[in-house]
Design a protein around this ligand. Structure first.
Ligand code: MG
Length: 212
């Protein structure tokens, strides 16, 4: 078993710009219809911001075409994930943990999400993808996710760090965004070093090796 901190990272709204992609397509397809601007959504569920008569049109946009493959990366996300891959492997075990849209044409959302990861982050991250509709089934220490409340079949093993958004319902300073990554990384590293020192004290034989 690994002593590393297992970090689970959501895809839509955390490393990929989901709502901006929707809005770009909405405005192109329905230029005369009202819309909620980026940064103004008050609910995680997009339909809450639009009249009921438009809900079918919304669902068509997010369930067809190359929607999930086309999203731009979130600001700072690729840099943070590259940092995890290149500089943090001895104390963090990171995975992308994402819920696919099951009603997407021919179930292609799963493949598009994987292609997005391969295109933007490469093969190393592609092997670290967990696709599930229930994130409580996935074990880990921390889950970074923009969905304000996450429930499922199990009691989660992870602590939920809510990613910053206009719909988090939380004051600033209580949510996480990628500008906070260096602080989180350094906190995890300090915690892991502290744990290693504790075990060196408890196990004197190993402490000789650890302290050199
Ligand atoms: Mg999300």
């Amino acid at each position: 078993m690994s002593d590393k901190i297992t970090l689970l990272i959501d895809q839509d709204g955390v490393i990929a710009k989901w709502y901006p992609e929707f809005l770009k397509r909405w405005k192109a397809k329905y230029p005369d219809k009202p819309f909620v601007d980026v940064g103004q959504l008050k609910s995680f569920y997009i339909e809450d911001g639009y009249p009921e008569e438009d809900h079918d049109k919304i669902q068509y946009i997010i369930r067809n075409g190359d929607f999930y493959e086309s999203m731009d990366p979130m600001d700072g996300a690729l840099e943070a994930l590259k940092d995890m891959q290149l500089n943090c492997q001895d104390f963090i075990d990171p995975y992308i943990c994402t819920a696919p849209e099951l009603d997407f044409t021919a179930l292609d959302c799963h493949s598009q999400k994987a292609r997005w990861v391969r295109n933007h982050l490469g093969e190393w991250w592609l092997k670290r993808m967990v696709l599930t509709k229930d994130k409580t089934l996935v074990r880990g220490h921390i889950l970074i996710d923009d969905k304000p409340t996450i429930t499922g079949a199990m009691k989660p093993t992870w602590e939920h760090m809510v990613f910053t958004s206009s719909y988090s319902g939380m004051p600033e300073g209580h949510t996480f965004s990628w500008k906070d990554w260096p602080t989180l990384r350094d906190t995890i590293r300090a915690h892991q070093q502290e744990q290693a020192e504790k075990s060196a004290i408890i196990q004197p034989d190993k402490s000789i090796i650890l302290l050199g």
